[in-house]
Ligand binder design. Structure first.
Ligand SMILES: [Zn+2]
Length: 195
């Protein structure tokens, strides 16, 4: 039986890592797997689903949700879609179509935009999904679980891809709708805290 799984959360919450983990396990189980991602995500390698921790799986780049239906092979059993929020409202029907056909569909995407507003089509995907995983990052300001992507530079665009330093994870309390200066990146300061 087909199904839809949605992995959502803010940037830096490990959504893509979780998607890759599930897809790798499907490959180990000898399921036939295809992976798609929208062309808008031009970070890093254009042909791979790449997460911030540099785990990789080859993927097929599509310009629209409908192209996924065109490119899914007849014997594919598992379909993964990364950055699904960029594929627009049509992706909901595409996921439903595949799941109704018996495909296990696993998608990962941002549930909130930089204003903290639900990122269409994620609300609809979450409503029709069988399984939902909400990942949290770590708030760089206070260390609590972070559910929001704080924009740290001023820009009007809803989508600001590939600008690595343009966002940081924050919790509800530390998040602001207005761009807020970046908190000092923690990486180089973590070592003294490792006991
Ligand atoms: Zn916080």
């Amino acid at each position: 039986m087909g199904s839809l799984e949605v992995i959502c959360g803010p940037m830096f919450s490990g959504k893509t890592e979780e998607l890759i983990r599930r897809l790798k396990r499907a490959v180990i189980a000898k399921r036939r797997v295809q992976i798609f991602k929208p062309r808008i995500d031009v970070r890093y390698d254009a042909e791979a689903v790449v997460s911030h921790s540099a785990q990789k799986l080859r993927s097929i780049v599509v310009d629209s949700a409908d192209q996924i239906l065109e490119k899914v092979l007849a014997d594919t059993q598992v379909v993964g879609i990364d950055e699904v929020q960029f594929l627009g409202p049509d992706v909901v029907a595409v996921c439903e179509n595949l799941a109704n056909r018996g495909v296990r569909v696993i998608v990962a995407g941002l549930d909130l935009d930089f204003r903290g507003v639900p990122f269409d089509p994620m609300p609809s995907l979450l409503a029709v999904a069988e399984h939902i995983t909400k990942e949290a990052a770590i708030c760089v300001v206070c260390g609590e679980p972070a559910t929001r992507s704080q924009r740290t530079i001023a820009a009007e665009d809803l989508v600001l891809v590939g600008a690595g330093g343009a966002y940081e994870p924050r919790c509800r309390k530390c998040f602001t709708v207005e761009p807020s200066p970046a908190t000092e990146p923690p990486e180089q300061e973590l070592l003294p805290f490792l006991r």
